[in-house]
Design a binder for this molecule. Structure first.
Ligand SMILES: Cc1cc2nc3c(=O)[nH]c(=O)nc-3n(C[C@H](O)[C@H](O)[C@H](O)COP(=O)(O)OP(=O)(O)OC[C@H]3O[C@@H](n4cnc5c(N)ncnc54)[C@H](O)[C@@H]3O)c2cc1C
Length: 389
């Protein structure tokens, strides 16, 4: 089979599917290709909290916070624009801290308020009034983020892909890109495992953690954290809550655990502190022990979870650029290749699609994307290049 389109998007997670639909909406013919089923990558196993508040610390550049902040607004907009926007759950988020963490939280909240981000500080009593599932010591306080929430990743992708097909775009599933044909310095064709091929004016690499490997097929370096690194793996603990107990209504960050509702009487939690021992190869027995620790910590702040039962434990795979910040833009050194690799793609899918779509189809450079260009990893000075390697 030979496909031909103006734009070929490679990878049908939240990022690729959103870009594909946006490009189609701007009038381009589009083919979206995935090695597996659309939405079955990281987007199918993620905590899925849309927010910018997690980008206020860790020395993230201000521009990255702003991109996520606009991302939250665009997620709401996308949910309104699509016929089915019920993948977005605007529950709000409460972040609880106690003891020494309170000074840091005050500083962060003041900074976010200064940046125009909706957040307020409340004492322990007010936090428990807002979220009755919480039980907090008196020396604690909470930040409330009323417009944050969570997105059902697979549902979002279904909604995007439905939109793409409805408007005449093509989806190719279960067929991996295995090679690029490059002619005169331009990517001319992607060859698929089945023997099919895709010709396009521009190829968008949106393959999550596999973007680095895909880019390497075109001799382009997109530095991302290797799969073996502990920072790539994230422990996701799914639980069922019996009918006589109250699960939280919001996302709750407490005791280093993030907990959110996950449909009827179900909750999902993730270790928000990170686990330096966890990798994609951690054996199942150890995962179960780690999951129990996460659940125990969650129960300290959310006693209603004391009878919650663990239904499954999943390791999610983070696609992390080495400097932890999105890589978005035309690939350096070869024409016809555009990269969209990022962590926090649930928060960012809608805004990246909006901006990248304009760059790809309308050829309008977007200033908001300038800090995120793939070219930042290219050093023209050979001495520096050697040092960086
Ligand atoms: C534990 C965990 C918690 C997270 N929590 C949050 C959060 O709270 N908020 C947030 O915003 N983000 C969060 N993220 C990140 C977020 O889930 C992802 O950034 C988001 O799902 C977007 O993923 P993606 O589209 O880039 O990649 P993916 O969903 O992985 O999609 C990439 C697709 O590319 C396909 N592919 C790979 N190789 C090829 C090939 N050769 N040819 C064709 N197709 C290929 C794959 O099959 C896959 O479907 C979390 C991630 C993890 C792991």
């Amino acid at each position: 089979m030979r496909y031909r389109a103006d734009v070929a998007v490679l990878g049908a997670g939240a990022i690729g599917s959103a870009i594909a639909l946006k490009a189609r909406g701007l009038g381009a013919s589009v083919v979206l290709v995935d090695a597996g089923r659309a939405g079955s990558g990281t987007t199918g196993a993620t905590f899925s909290w849309f927010n910018a508040s997690s980008k206020i610390r860790l020395d993230y550049p201000r521009e990255y916070f702003e991109l996520n902040k606009t991302g939250v607004e665009h997620a709401y907009r996308l949910a309104r624009e699509l016929p089915d926007g019920s993948w977005l759950h605007p529950t709000g988020n409460i972040e609880v801290v106690s003891g020494r963490g309170m000074d840091q939280l005050r500083t962060d909240v003041a900074e976010m308020v200064g940046r125009g981000y909706p957040v307020s500080l409340v004492d322990a009593q007010a936090a428990s009034d807002l979220e009755p599932a919480l039980r907090l010591p008196a020396d604690s306080m909470a930040a409330c983020y009323p417009h944050e929430g969570w997105i059902d990743g697979p549902h979002l992708v279904r909604s995007l892909v439905d939109g793409l097909r409805r408007t005449g775009g093509d989806l190719v599933e279960s067929d991996a890109v295995v090679r690029f044909a490059i002619q005169n310095g331009r990517v001319a064709r992607a060859e698929l495992a089945s023997g099919s091929s895709v010709e396009a004016d521009i190829f968008v690499l949106a393959a999550g953690i596999d973007t680095m490997a895909l880019a390497a097929l075109a001799d382009v370096s997109i530095p991302m954290v290797e799969r073996a690194s502990p920072s790539v793996a994230g422990l996701l603990v799914h639980c069922q809550v019996p009918s006589d107990e109250a699960p939280p209504h919001r996302i709750v960050h407490v005791n280093g655990v993030a907990v959110r509702p996950n449909g009827d009487r179900r909750v999902l939690m993730v270790d928000a502190e990170g686990d330096p021992e966890l990798t994609l190869d951690t054996p199942a027995e150890l995962l179960a022990l780690k999951a129990d620790v996460v659940l125990r910590r969650a129960r300290e702040g959310l006693p209603g979870l004391r009878v919650a039962s663990r239904t499954s434990v999943v390791i999610g795979v983070r696609a992390l650029p080495t400097d932890r910040v999105s890589i978005i833009g035309h690939a350096p050194g070869v024409d016809g290749l555009y990269v969209a690799a990022t962590h926090s793609g649930i928060s960012l899918a809608a805004i990246i699609a909006e901006l990248a779509g304009s760059e790809i189809v309308l050829r309008e450079q977007q200033r908001a994307l300038e800090p995120f260009r793939p070219s930042r990893f290219v050093r023209s000075d050979p001495e520096v290049a050697t040092a960086v390697q």
